[in-house]
Design a protein around this ligand. Structure first.
Ligand SMILES: C[S@@+](CC[C@H](N)C(=O)[O-])C[C@H]1O[C@@H](n2cnc3c(N)ncnc32)[C@H](O)[C@@H]1O
Length: 297
């Protein structure tokens, strides 16, 4: 693409071209000389460009924190992975990517949550094993189901269908997210499970803080990231506006948030679940960088 040149740049270019022309053998015609000089000039420009690019500062590595650090939160969040029979192979791969995203975001948070992954066995474990080094993640892994890991009275199952609204996070509770990527095939599945098990349940206070253009069933990683940001800011709206893709939020609220931290783009966030075919990105190859992985729920 041609770049606009100011007067000084044109003069400079002329000067360089003249020098280049004069460096060429005398037996060339005027046209050959001009053509040759142009080629040399372009090569020079490319050299300069690559020099400048090399000088650009490399991406600084994001800070990482462990769950045992003194800044870490005591709040427990568990992703229950015991739904493999309800998912296709592709869904399970998506689930693993969303878990990877949760882990990555937790590691880079200023206040990591106590992240649990329960029912890690069978097909889901096999899929998880495709991620090299997952067993070294700073996550509390359990083969047992959440009901056998935590005291029943401490459990709050998060479910979009629950009539209860979550207002705050408590150090004494464990918030369970259903590790189910179902494209809305099993509406209310986890809510019904909570009812049957006789445990507490609650939905995120979405309607209280943002107006969504779409349904309020979010992906696993979005739910986790909202909890993570809430723990950091103690502000639901700020947390939600940072996590939920902008196109999902009514425009007036996007403006309200202009003074806040950087907005999520569709490039680095996962999608609200459902059959709408949406597909957002989270971490993939370098999961520590927290970027560019396609995830859907
Ligand atoms: C993609 S959803 C799974 C939807 C699935 N049909 C179900 O019944 O759970 C993954 C999980 O995220 C959590 N979740 C999604 N949206 C939520 C909301 N608005 N409030 C609370 N939890 C939510 C729930 O724990 C849910 O199981």
């Amino acid at each position: 693409m041609a770049e606009a040149m100011d007067g000084a740049s044109i003069e400079k270019r002329k000067e360089i071209m003249e020098k280049l022309k004069s460096s060429l053998p005398d037996d060339l015609t005027k046209t050959q000389r001009k053509k040759q000089a142009k080629i040399m000039y372009k090569k020079l420009q490319m050299k300069e460009k690559s020099k400048l690019q090399k000088k650009k500062p490399k991406h600084t590595k994001r800070l990482t924190k462990t769950m045992s650090s003194s800044d870490a939160s005591k709040v427990r969040v568990a992703i229950e992975l015991g739904y493999s029979e309800l998912m296709t192979e592709k869904d399970i791969r998506m689930l693993i990517k969303q878990c990877q995203r949760c882990y990555s975001e937790n590691r880079h948070s200023v206040k990591p949550l106590q992240l649990y992954m329960t029912s890690l066995s069978g097909t889901v474990k096999e899929a998880m094993e495709t991620l090299e080094g997952y067993d070294k993640w700073d996550v509390h892994f359990h083969e047992k189901k959440y009901l056998d890991v935590f005291e029943q009275k401490d459990i709050v199952f998060l479910a979009a269908e629950s009539p209860n609204i979550l207002t705050e996070l408590s150090d004494d509770k464990v918030y369970v997210i259903g590790g189910l990527v179902d494209h809305n095939r099993y509406k209310g599945y986890c809510y019904n499970e909570a009812i049957t098990a006789g445990i507490n349940h609650a939905q995120l206070p979405l309607k209280e803080h943002v107006t969504l253009n779409s349904r309020s069933v979010l992906t696993i990683n979005h739910v986790f990231e909202i909890l993570l940001k809430y723990e950091e800011y103690q502000d639901w709206q700020k947390a939600m506006l940072q996590v939920i893709p902008q196109r999902k939020i009514k425009s007036s609220e996007k403006h309200d948030n202009q003074d806040n931290e950087p907005q999520p783009t569709d490039d680095n966030n996962c999608e609200a679940s459902g059959n709408d075919g949406d597909n957002d990105g989270t971490t993939n190859s370098d999961f520590d960088s927290g970027r560019s992985m396609n995830v859907e729920s």
